[in-house]
Design a protein around this ligand. Structure first.
Ligand code: ATP
Length: 254
């Protein structure tokens, strides 16, 4: 019996009380031939990761750790856009379930009042010209009351923002539903043409100065919005516009 009112997203669900990370589990399932839309959920993950291998702080029983396994028939270069698809879905689901108007920190984080509420991490297995599978993990701080000293100033939870506890299952269901809808829009054009408005409306620091922290240069520019392929367009002080690619950089408010 299916848990969600969806065609494919979450039609197979694998749950863990505790695991290493939902992305790792989804990759193993991907290698084993699990179908498109398989959802992995854990009550606790012991080695959750963010970008560049950084640790994602996880606590048992109070937050969401979920990963969707996808088998999109698109060129591998387009797969990173699925992070932005997931950000739109998570933002919409959060609004629907909690009323919070969350913002998106390009490319992969959900923030509220400047603090990180959720993170998204997409990983993939590809051959030269096709995708074997993609996994998109979403970690959301739901009923967390306290974070470690290292992140207490930059992390927040739904409980801390709203003062109420949130039922995780309802939020997961809403994310899965919204994801399926946005994924269909993504496939229509194989890019973010139909989603970029939704994304840009929630873009944190839009039309404001941000610091772009690259590997070899750091500069200040105005964040204008994303392109249909998911790069962030910024305008430098001399008026020139530049597209920046996820993975190369971090963006900070100033
Ligand atoms: P930035 O671009 O700001 O550096 P990022 O999107 O690259 O951020 P990630 O690597 O995705 O960040 O996330 C990992 C980082 O998020 C950690 O280094 C830590 O600072 C912070 N973090 C870790 N766990 C949590 C959590 N549960 N909630 C909020 N933030 C967290």
């Amino acid at each position: 019996k299916s848990l969600f009112h969806t065609k494919w997203a979450g039609q197979q669900v694998v749950c863990y009380k505790e695991t290493d990370s939902t992305n790792i589990r989804a990759k193993v399932l991907g290698e084993d031939g699990a179908p498109h839309g398989t959802l992995v959920v854990a009550d606790m993950q012991k080695s959750g990761k963010g970008r560049r291998g950084r640790a994602w702080e996880s606590k048992p029983g109070i937050s969401i750790y979920m990963t969707l396994l996808l088998r999109p028939d698109i060129p591998p270069v387009k797969a990173p856009m699925l992070t932005l698809v997931a950000a739109c879905a998570a933002a919409e689901a959060l609004k629907k379930c909690t009323g919070l108007d969350v913002q998106i920190k390009w490319p992969n984080d959900i923030v509220v009042h400047g603090k990180k509420l959720a993170g998204i991490l997409t990983e993939m297995s590809t051959e030269i010209d096709y995708i074997n599978y993609v996994v998109t993990g979403i970690g959301i701080n739901v009923n967390t009351e306290q974070f470690s000293k290292e992140i207490e100033n930059k992390a927040t939870s739904l409980f801390l923002e709203t003062g109420s506890t949130v039922k995780r299952a309802l939020l997961i269901a809403e994310i899965v539903r919204a994801y399926e809808e946005y994924y269909a829009k993504f496939l229509e054009t194989e890019d973010l043409s139909l989603l970029k408005e939704v994304y840009n409306e929630r873009l944190v620091n839009r039309d404001r100065e941000v610091r772009i922290l690259g590997n070899d240069k750091t500069y200040t520019a105005r964040a204008l919005g994303i392109t249909a392929t998911g790069e962030l367009i910024v305008r430098r002080q001399d008026g020139t516009e530049e597209k920046i690619y996820a993975g190369e950089v971090s963006v900070r408010g100033v």
